[in-house]
Design a protein around this ligand. Sequence first.
Ligand code: GLN
Length: 477
Amino acid sequence: MFHYSGILPYQQQLRDNTTSCEEATLHYLRQIEEFKHLNAFVSVFTETAIVRSRELDQRRAKGLPMRSLHGVIIALKDVICYEGHPVSAASKMLEGFTPVYHASAVQFLLEEEAILIGSCNCDEFAMGSSNENSFYGPVINGKGQHMVPGGSSGGSAVAVQTGQCMVSLGSDTGGSVRQPADFCGVIGFKPGYGMVSRYGLIAYASSFDQIGIFGKYLADVQKVFKVIAQPDPRDTTMNQEKKSGSPITTSPRFGYFKEMLHHPSLDPEIGKAIRQKLEKLKAAGLEVKEFDFPLIDYIVPAYYVLTTAEAGSNLSRYDGIRYGHREQNCETDLVSFYKQNRSKGFGKEVKKRIMLGTFVLSAGYYDAYYQKAQQVRGKLISHLQSVFQKIDYLVLPNSPVTAWPIGSLKNDPVAVYLADVFTVYANLTGVPAISLPAFIHSNNMPFGFQLIAARGEDVNLLQMATAIFDGKENTHI
Ligand code: GLN
């Protein structure tokens, strides 16, 4: 029986010939079948995965060296292009679409001999916090019957949580890797903006979007990050001021925002667990500083103004001509043709955001909304820079609540938006952030905490996460 306990032990087993890539691939294909009812995958690359696993086994048999992700079985969120394999952003708009090139991150994974096993369900065009906005129906959290897995990368989180792959990629524009990781009890890492190429990632809000990693082990996340965080001239916004991981100082300084840890929406158990975590750091002799954060109420509005504006522009390409769903028996005049394709191709949430984005960019409202939100973003960035002059790492919750029952917040979209308050902050400021699964709530759902570092400190953040996270997943508080 195949057992997985991390990339390194797995690759040692491959070297020792106690398992093979084919055996591992078949194991995960069976797991995908077994957990089909959770709806985590929208397509499974059975053929290619098996063929590739055999090729890799043959390479080892010939004595060829193994590359760093040799045989590692990875699932992709359904917004990341893998040439020749369907990708749809979980939207009817892109049903049946097959990309003609690899996303750069995919190319880097393949060069390092990873096996890509399938494409994971998500909220349509990555817009959502619960994976209930998918054309393929909701994903179910493996930890609670009928609970949401979080979103938008809910399928990628559940795939790792329930052992349907070793690691997975998601995308994080406002928390879509960290929040589902929190809801599912796995690790979720959002690199700093510009660390991982966005080439071949279906765009939602380009100045926020970042590919991130889900895993059960920090060592796995570190290894995959090293592979996908490579310079890429095809993404012109890349900003690789990555510090190479200077050895951790003996006395790292931590901080937290008072308004966040005492936020009225924060579940008291979550608040308590995180405050206790900070106490533990203090008790270990580390500095823990409190900061004021007067801008807290502006974070979520600024995020939704800016991302809907960018989304409105990015999604204009789906018109049924260049890309996207084309209605049969369409009206012949161009405007009706566009209208029909876009009304039928997009789901409700996506349409709402395109309309909001168009509104905030319109001549009469640009200054009142878009411009103001840009100013808030600027202030958040400079405030955070000043904070990082005094400390090295910030500790935050991931979400004010644990996973909720599917359908229960359907009529309260504003509550769902507001629940993004702790995650959108790192996207507005462009810094790296990781969600670490640490606790189990008395309602039996997992939750953890978020660790954030300054721009360029991705490698150090991962090292610090390893140092302070004891790996005892899901300790009851
Ligand atoms: N929940 C946020 C939103 O709906 C985050 C989405 C994301 O990170 N892709 O915009």
